[in-house]
Structures are given as structure tokens and as C-alpha cells.
Design a protein around this ligand. Structure first.
Ligand code: HEC
Ligand code: HEC
Length: 162
């Protein structure tokens, strides 16, 4: 093969590789931050009164099952529901979770906010910011993620209250 042709085909190869790399990065980013699955109406109705309807993919199935199994002692409050609703919501959350037990370890207290990935994503946030009156708690996603209620955590829609 003449040298020029080798060089050109190498360039084509690299370009193709970069294009596919960019596409897979974009896809991964979309999966993680823009995944807007449509919520079970019952879940939105019963679990978005005190905080946002947290995206099911942010916890493993085991965590959702424990949370749904203990709603009368729900992070310091009583969020009890009838057994039929509990069953429907638990099944749906588990099916849309980040995976079965073992696929991804359950975070301490079954809190999204104590997951390794959550801590990494928010590592640059000074501890004092979480305590601001408009924020109060890391669990209050919507204080900063202005489209959290739509399941959109993209960095384009973050505004941190002062
Ligand atoms: C009566 C109010 C109320 C209802 C209804 C409620 N929750 Fe909560 N939930 C809370 C409170 C309070 C916390 C703790 C928030 C904090 O620490 O700042 C919480 C925390 C959570 C967390 C952990 C958030 C974190 O820190 O990562 C999850 C997950 C959760 N709730 C899921 C649910 C599900 C699922 C339902 C519906 C079955 C539900 N909640 C209904 C009040 C409620
Ligand atoms: C005090 C403000 C604040 C709160 C509250 C908060 N976040 Fe964030 N979040 C941020 C900031 C700032 C970033 C970093 C954005 C960046 O790196 O450009 C971030 C990043 C993220 C990312 C990665 C976004 C991306 O495009 O890479 C996810 C996912 C996320 N947060 C989810 C949550 C969830 C879920 C909650 C609630 C349980 C939450 N956040 C609460 C401020 C906040």
C-alpha cells in the first residue's frame, strides 16, 4: 500500500473511532442524567408529596423493597400506605431499579444521598451548602436541580440557592 493511502486509512479509522466514542459517551450521559422513564401514576401520587419522586434507577431493588417494607418508620416520618399500593409501587420500583441485590451494593440507610456515585457527583460541594435554609438537606434534589421533578439532573438545569 502506498504510504499516503496507509496514512489516509489510518486517519479514517481514528475518525470513526472518535465518532463512536463520542456517541457512546453521549449515550451514557443520556442514560444517567436524562433518563426520563414515565412514572407509575400511583408512585407519583403517593411518593412525591414530601419530596420528588426519586428516579427508581437510583437505588437497587433491595433498597426499594426495604423502604417499601417499613413505611411507618420512613426516615423519621410515617408514610404508611395500604397494602395494595405498597405492593404495586414496590413491584414497579424493583423492576426499574438499578439492579438486583449484588449488582450494585445498597447504600447505607438505603439513601440515594449516601451512594458512592452520589458522593462523587457532589464531591465539590462544600458541606455548608447543604445546610443553607433554601436547601436544608441533600435529599432535597429539587432545591438545585430545577428539573428534578421531571427526572432531569443534567448540569444544564442546576441552580444553587444562595
Ligand atoms: C410524609 C412524607 C413522606 C412521604 C409520603 C414519603 N416520604 Fe420518602 N422521605 C421523607 C422524608 C422526611 C425523608 C428524609 C429526607 C431528609 O433526610 O432530608 C425521606 C427520604 C426518602 C428517601 C431517601 C432520600 C435520600 O436521602 O437519599 C427515599 C428513597 C424515599 N424517601 C422514598 C420514598 C418512597 C418510595 C415513598 C412512597 C412510598 C416516599 N418516600 C414517601 C418523607 C416522605
Ligand atoms: C445543593 C445543590 C444540590 C442538591 C440538593 C443536589 N444536587 Fe445533584 N448536583 C449538584 C451539582 C452542583 C452537581 C454537579 C454538576 C456538574 O458537575 O457540573 C450535581 C450533579 C448531579 C448529578 C450528575 C449530573 C451530570 O450531568 O453529571 C446527578 C445525577 C445528581 N446531581 C443527582 C442528584 C439527586 C438525585 C439529588 C437529590 C437526592 C441531588 N442531586 C441533590 C447540586 C445539587
Amino acid at each position: 500500500m502506498p504510504f499516503d493511502l496507509v496514512r489516509r486509512s489510518a486517519a479514517v479509522c481514528i475518525a470513526a473511532f472518535l465518532t463512536s466514542l463520542a456517541a457512546s459517551i453521549a449515550a451514557a450521559e443520556t442514560d444517567e442524567t436524562h433518563a426520563q422513564i414515565s412514572l407509575l401514576p400511583k408512585y407519583r401520587q403517593e411518593c412525591a408529596a414530601c419530596h420528588i419522586a426519586y428516579p427508581p434507577g437510583m437505588l437497587p431493588a433491595a433498597s426499594w423493597q426495604r423502604i417499601l417494607g417499613n413505611l411507618s418508620h420512613h426516615f423519621g416520618t410515617d408514610a404508611s400506605l395500604d397494602a395494595d399500593s405498597v405492593g404495586q409501587i414496590s413491584t414497579w420500583l424493583s423492576a426499574n431499579s438499578s439492579g438486583e441485590a449484588g449488582a450494585r451494593a445498597a447504600p447505607p440507610e438505603d439513601r440515594i444521598t449516601r451512594s458512592t456515585w452520589f458522593r462523587q457527583e457532589h464531591a465539590e460541594m462544600p458541606a455548608s451548602v447543604w445546610k443553607r435554609p433554601m436547601i436544608r438537606s441533600a435529599s432535597n434534589c429539587a432545591a438545585c436541580h430545577t428539573r428534578a421533578d421531571q427526572g432531569n439532573f443534567s448540569e444544564h438545569f442546576i441552580r444553587i440557592p444562595q
